[in-house]
Design a protein around this ligand. Structure first.
Ligand SMILES: C=C1C[C@]23C[C@H]1CC[C@H]2[C@@]12CCC[C@@](C)(C(=O)O1)[C@H]2[C@@H]3C(=O)O
Ligand SMILES: O=C(O)CCC(=O)C(=O)O
Ligand SMILES: [Fe+2]
Length: 357
């Protein structure tokens, strides 16, 4: 295998040496000395705990991320989705490419959509599911895709319930309830379709030079919350905290990771800031993670909840739909949230009309 690989899809299993196009500079993946000085770590919260609301509220404000146990997602379902994900990524490359993501939609097999913002490629392959997985599943397994589709459907259904429950716990900690959010009561005809979500299967193959490779580069999610299943006890997720730097989120058997996304940041007028995170890779282990990216109904306009706005806390962000925000993120990446500010101190604001979305 030549050292330079410039094409978009790499057959990771065939590579013995890290190609230059995948070699990142000055990575600080290993954090042992720093970690010794950190007084605490990402909270693990029991959803059945009497104080779950307060614990979650404080985790959101200080960390922007926490793990949950007693979440009611069965071990069987977590194992099933992992099995289906592993089956998908172990298909031969030519087969996976039959379900390649097209430039005009989010669904399918491919590199992370944030790749264009980085000079180096990521040691990552992903499969994004937005809406029905059927068309792509048929291309991957013309003979038998029933189990794959059923598992996805069941997983999305259960995750939707959990994400909604967690969203209300977070909002509850700020004294916000269903009456405070117009799109929240799904009884409202206007928002009949309910909340929307995307399922992202992430595969990080074993890597010959993990210290110089990047699994998934630092980003915040364009979601209300994201629920991440780190499968098979394989670590990789790291989150950034201003005062701590990069910190691991060690997989905890049976626990799911929840992180605050940009839309919750907007909705809470900055009370729950979205968290910067990234994934690192291993020399021998193939890591798989499954992210449930939970967002509002597509027609809902998201803006800071009026109860959280007063003369001491002026409205920071303008109203925006999920689709509009995704368009801005795709164009401006880490400057997306800033560009939704009502008044942008860096005067890079796009304004509602400049972005054409
Ligand atoms: C609904 C979403 C959210 C997306 C874009 C679109 C479909 C795929 C999602 C992800 C998943 C992987 C990380 C991320 C940063 C990426 O590259 O693609 C996410 C991005 C975002 O959260 O902005
Ligand atoms: O694999 C991980 O640990 C992180 C995945 C992630 O950040 C995402 O899918 O948005
Ligand atoms: Fe993410």
């Amino acid at each position: 295998m030549p050292a330079r690989v410039a094409h978009k899809y790499l057959d990771f299993g065939l590579v013995e040496e890290l190609p230059d196009s995948y070699a990142w500079k000055a990575l600080d993946h290993d954090l042992p000395s720093e970690e010794a000085h950190k007084p605490n770590s990402v909270p693990i919260i029991d959803l059945d705990h009497n104080n779950a609301i307060e614990l979650i509220g404080s985790a959101c404000k200080t960390w922007g991320v926490f793990q949950v146990v007693n979440h009611n997602i069965s071990k069987n379902l977590l194992d099933d989705i992992e099995y289906e994900g592993r089956k998908l990524f172990s298909l031969p490359m030519h087969q996976k490419l039959k379900a390649a993501r097209s430039p005009d939609g989010p669904s399918g097999y491919g590199v992370p959509s944030i790749s264009s913002f980085f000079p180096k490629l990521m040691w990552h392959e992903g499969f994004t599911i937005s809406g029905s997985p059927l068309a792509h599943a048929r291309q991957l397994w013309p003979e038998d895709h029933t189990r794959f589709c059923q598992t996805i459907q069941e997983y999305e259904k259960e995750m939707n319930k959990l994400a909604e429950r967690i969203m209300w716990l977070i909002l509850g900690s700020l004294n916000i309830n269903k009456e405070d959010i117009t799109w929240a009561g799904s009884k409202d005809d206007q928002f009949q379709e309910g909340s929307s979500a995307v399922l992202q299967l992430n595969s990080y193959p074993a890597c010959p030079d993990p210290d110089r490779a990047m699994g998934l580069a630092a980003h915040t999610d364009s979601t209300i919350v994201t629920i991440l299943h780190q499968t098979n006890n394989t670590s990789g997720l790291q989150v950034y905290r201003e005062d701590y730097g990069w910190t691991r989120v060690p997989p905890q058997n049976g626990a799911l990771v929840v992180n605050v996304g940009d839309l919750l940041h907007i909705l809470t007028n900055g009370w729950c800031p979205s968290v910067l995170h990234r994934a690192v890779v291993h020399r021998t282990q193939h890591r798989l993670s499954i992210a449930y990216l939970y967002g509002p109904p597509s027609s809902a306009r998201i803006s800071p909840i009026p109860k959280l706005v007063d003369k001491f806390h002026p409205q920071l962000y303008r109203a925006i739909t999920w689709g509009e925000y995704l368009g801005i993120k795709a164009k401006h990446f880490d400057k997306a949230l800033r560009s939704v500010l009502v008044s942008d101190p860096t005067s890079e604001s796009l304004g509602p009309n400049d972005d054409n979305c």
